[in-house]
Write a protein of this length. Structure first.
Length: 163
């Protein structure tokens, strides 16, 4: 009796998996059967067999949803961060990745301490920049953005030492 139930359950699970595979195959037609109209001359050509349709993944959809919910200020900050990452050299990217990995792999109490230090440094820099007039603040912030990591450290030490 137990064996019969196991066999029945096995076949039910097998058929469910098989039907899911069939459903997935039906969502994206075979590349040989997909036709694409070219622009202008109206010719119809077949799509390359290796090319797949790029449906957005759930991560991409979640990212888009969070971007749509973000404030304009947060979007500007993200844009600046993306531009800064794009302008980095491969060595700079590698160094930042290593530092982030060290931070992620650190024990919670060390991670908390490091994040607290970064927050404190950020607050002190903002306080210093707010004490400057508008033109000076803008030029200082632009100069800071263009500094390398060691130069930023010395800039920060100078700001803390003078104020």
């Amino acid at each position: 009796m137990k064996i019969q139930k196991c066999v029945i359950i096995f076949f039910i699970c097998f058929n469910i998996l098989k039907s899911e595979d069939r459903a997935k195959k039906n969502l994206i037609p075979d590349p040989d059967k997909r036709l694409v109209k070219s622009y202008g001359d109206g010719n119809v050509t077949k799509v390359d067999k290796k090319r797949q349709l790029n449906f957005p993944s759930s991560n991409q959809i979640d990212l888009l949803r969070s971007l749509l919910d973000a404030s304009p200020e947060r979007l500007r900050l993200m844009k600046k961060t993306i531009e800064r990452v794009e302008s980095m050299t491969p060595d700079q990217k590698r160094n930042v990745k290593m530092r982030l990995k060290k931070l992620r792999d650190a024990p919670p109490h060390i991670r908390f301490k490091e994040l607290g230090n970064l927050r404190l440094r950020h607050e002190k820099l903002n306080k210093y920049w707010k004490s400057l007039n508008r033109e000076k603040r803008k030029s200082e912030m632009e100069n800071f953005q263009n500094l390398s990591l060691p130069e930023r450290e010395s800039y920060f030490r100078d700001v803390i030492g003078n104020h």
